[in-house]
Structure formats: structure tokens, C-alpha cells
Ligand binder design. Structure first.
Ligand code: 9WN
Length: 432
């Protein structure tokens, strides 16, 4: 079983690999390079084709802007199967954008730091991978510097996202109350996603109006972060995004220590790290829910819902052991019933939960991978194994889908895109 699944996963990744040296998340639905997808994809590729893994991250970092920013989509290639494309995002409006590639002007969770460390762990030829990491690592450092210098508006070690697409968890019910504060125009545009995937599994047209409206505001301000922080109706501290930054800080510290001669950078990273972990525990912990939550910087108040992002701080060693116990207890009470696969993306006990709709409830393999590793960090080994076994079972039963129904016994429980790259890539890691 194991060998067969691994070879199917390699096949998915190879089919999605492009001549430009990057891998699309899914044919038709997502025809370009996405930032956090590339990170997860490179982890899988590192097991069977190191050269592809190296290209994956190098092509992403090649699109870095002059200020250290790394965009969420790089339009290396032309395709008309996705909306909104390069002509909507218009990265050329920013004076610091890449002159080489068109891209979006928003980013995604900063996974690249810990991905480099994972690639080093997996690589058989350590010396070769070490050389590669030395050639790329400063770009990731510059990216973290960009975050701390431009997006930490309260100087508390926590960085904002200004768009739901930056979170990676696009239509999470977390954003519903923010949409209520906005009244965007009814734009006319042709959706492409719903020609590839059943509309009931995707965000609504009205949600897309909100998504586009925020982009328009950012464009009017030439993607200037200070202006965005002042004017965007969406300004959130996301626990997943910040946990990925903190995990990646730690990875950079570890890698620079191995490289040597980088004391200044290490000292700076340690400073950021201490401040971020402190700020995170202070601002994002919700005592009543027993979980980390999102924080709305516009309203200056927490968004008190439990999502799979609430548990991601385990991966970055953010909670104390005592707090981790409470967090895992919340996870198992709300999400961990025997009738369910771990881990739903949104609180199954909430009336906003929808088991079929994208980030409003389904299980995602990348989140499971983060949770598996986080649970291992704190030695919740049995629960970690369950997350891993559930992930493998879902893929084996239903295929390499983008997301899955958490309810056991559902017929056709795989939703969204098929032959989805990070589901394949992370399955390879789970099976190794
Ligand atoms: C917008 C590519 C991306 C993932 C995101 C996922 C989805 C895009 C979309 O696909 O978002 O970025 O068009 O729906 O939500 O996490 O990176 O796989």
C-alpha cells in the first residue's frame, strides 16, 4: 500500500511540475506558482528529486520584491483558467515589485524558513543541500525583516494580514463579521474556479466582491504597507500566519548557527523570536475557549472562534506545556469525536461550520501536517499518530483531493481540486 501511494503521489507532483521549474497546485484550478503551496511541495519533492525541490524554492525566491516581500502568486506563465490573474493584481503599481515577474501584491503564510530546514533534514547529500541553503537563506531573512519592519503596527512582535487570501484559509467563517463591516460594489467578472469545481464547495460571488474590493484599495495605494495598514477594512493578526513566521524564525536561527559567521542575523532573529512568542501568548490566547484565536486590528478585539489555525502554535513551540494541555483538550473535545477525521478546519460545534465548503469545515492535509508535527513537539504521540493515519486514510479512500469531509462514512468525501500537489507532497512525508 505504502509503495503504491508514494508512487501515485510522485506522479501527481510530476504531472503538475512546469518547465519553468515550479509546480502548480492543481491543473486548471490553480495554474501558477503559489507561495505556501511551493513550500509544502518542496518537502515532498526533496524525498525523490532534490533538484526539483531546490528549483521550487529558488523560482519562488527569484520573484522577491526589493523590500523583501514575497508574493502569494507568481505569474511565471500565462494561463486564462484562473481569476483574478496578473491583470487584476497589477504588481507593477508598486515601485518595489519584481521587474522580472508579474505577481500579486499580497503574501501567504511564511513557511519558507522551516521548509529549508526540512529540505536539509530530508536530503541525503547534506553537503550539496547545505550549499544550496547558503545561497538562498538571506532572501528568507530579508523576508522576515520585511514583516517585522512593515507589518508589526503595534510593535508587539505580531504581524498583520490585510487580505483573507494572505491567511491561506480563504473563506473561513472567521472573516464573516469583517464582511459585515464592508459594502463593496457588485463587480462584474467571470469566475473560473466554479468551472473546475462544484460551486457549493467554493466561496460565493458576494464573498469575491469583498476580496476584490480590498485589492482595489491596496492598488489605489500602490501596495504601500503603511497606507494599507491605515485604510484596509481587513486588518487581522492571524495565529496560523504568525505561528509559521515564528517557526521559520527558529529554523533560520538553527540554519545560520550551522553556517556560522552570522552572529548579527542570529541576534536579530532571537530578538524577534522572544518578542513574538511573548506577544502571541499575551494577545491571542482566549482563556474561555481554551485556544488561540484571531485578532481584529480594525475593531481592536479578538475574533473568538476555534479553527484548525488555533492549534498551529504547537508547531512553533509557542504554548507552555500547561497551555498546550488545555489547547489539545479543546481540540479533542470539539474536533476529535470518534465519528470524525481529524482535523476539521472550523469548530464542528459552531453553526457556521459547513463540512463541504472549503475553509468552513473540511479537513486539509497541510493543516494536518502542521498539527501532526506540533503534537509530536509536545509528545502527544497518540493523537499525532491519529492525525497522520486519518490523513493517509482520507487520501487512500478518496484520492489526492484538496480538502475532505471530516464526517466518517461520507460518500465521495474528497472535494475541491483533484490531483492536488500539497496533498501528494505531504503524504510522501507522512509515509517516510
Ligand atoms: C487564492 C492554491 C491556493 C492555496 C490557498 C487556498 C486556495 C486561492 C483561491 O488555493 O486559494 O489564493 O483562488 O481560492 O485557499 O490556501 O494556497 O492551492
Amino acid at each position: 500500500m505504502k509503495e503504491r501511494l508514494i508512487s501515485q503521489a510522485i506522479n501527481v507532483l510530476d504531472e503538475n511540475f512546469q518547465p519553468g521549474g515550479f509546480t502548480i497546485p492543481c491543473k486548471g484550478l490553480y495554474p501558477f506558482q503559489w507561495k505556501w503551496d511551493s513550500g509544502f511541495i518542496a518537502i515532498g519533492q526533496a524525498y525523490y528529486d532534490v533538484s526539483k525541490a531546490k528549483q521550487e524554492i529558488a523560482t519562488l525566491l527569484d520573484a522577491q520584491w526589493d523590500n523583501g516581500f514575497i508574493p502569494h502568486i507568481v505569474f511565471h506563465n500565462e494561463s486564462d483558467t484562473y481569476f483574478p490573474g496578473a491583470d487584476v493584481h497589477r504588481s507593477d503599481l508598486s515601485p518595489v515589485s519584481s521587474k522580472k515577474y508579474k505577481s500579486t501584491g499580497m503574501t501567504q503564510p511564511p513557511v519558507t524558513g522551516f521548509v529549508l530546514e526540512e529540505m536539509y533534514r530530508i536530503a541525503k547529500d547534506k553537503e550539496d543541500m547545505f550549499g544550496y541553503i547558503k545561497s538562498q537563506i538571506d532572501k528568507v531573512y530579508d523576508n522576515h525583516k520585511y514583516f517585522y519592519e512593515n507589518r508589526d503596527v503595534n510593535d508587539e512582535g505580531l504581524v498583520f494580514i490585510y487580505h483573507n487570501w494572505e491567511s491561506g484559509t480563504d473563506n473561513s467563517p472567521i472573516w464573516d463579521d469583517i464582511w459585515e463591516t464592508m459594502n463593496p460594489p457588485e463587480y462584474t467578472f467571470e469566475r473560473r474556479d466554479t468551472t473546475h469545481v462544484d460551486a457549493s464547495q467554493r466561496p460565493s460571488k458576494r464573498e469575491y466582491d469583498h476580496y476584490l474590493y480590498i485589492i482595489e484599495i491596496a492598488k489605489e495605494n500602490n501596495y504601500n504597507d503603511a497606507k494599507i495598514a491605515e485604510l484596509s477594512p481587513f486588518l487581522v493578526i492571524d495565529p496560523l500566519f504568525n505561528a509559521m513566521l515564528i517557526k521559520s524564525n527558529q529554523a533560520l536561527i538553527n540554519l545560520y548557527t550551522l553556517i556560522g559567521d552570522n552572529d548579527d542575523k542570529i541576534a536579530q532573529l532571537v530578538k524577534w523570536q522572544v518578542k513574538s512568542i511573548k506577544g502571541f501568548n499575551k494577545k491571542l490566547w482566549d482563556k474561555e475557549l481554551g485556544a488561540y484565536v484571531h485578532y481584529d486590528l480594525r475593531k481592536n478585539k479578538p475574533i473568538s472562534f476555534v479553527t484548525s489555525s488555533s492549534f498551529s502554535p504547537l508547531y512553533a513551540n509557542i504554548p507552555s506545556k500547561e497551555r498546550a494541555d488545555i489547547l489539545v483538550n479543546t481540540m479533542m473535545t470539539k474536533f476529535g469525536g470518534e465519528d470524525k477525521y481529524l482535523c476539521a478546519s472550523f469548530d464542528p460545534e459552531s453553526d457556521r461550520f459547513d463540512p463541504k465548503k472549503y475553509w468552513r469545515g473540511p479537513v486539509w492535509i497541510n493543516m494536518n501536517w502542521i498539527l501532526f508535527n506540533g503534537l509530536k513537539n509536545y509528545e502527544y504521540n497518540n493523537i499525532a499518530e491519529r492525525v497522520k493515519e486519518d490523513s493517509i486514510e482520507l487520501i487512500e479512500k478518496y484520492g489526492f483531493y484538496e480538502y475532505f469531509n471530516c464526517k466518517k462514512g461520507t460518500e465521495n468525501a474528497g472535494y475541491g481540486g483533484d490531483n492536488f500537489s500539497w496533498s501528494a507532497a505531504l503524504l510522501i512525508d507522512f509515509l517516510n
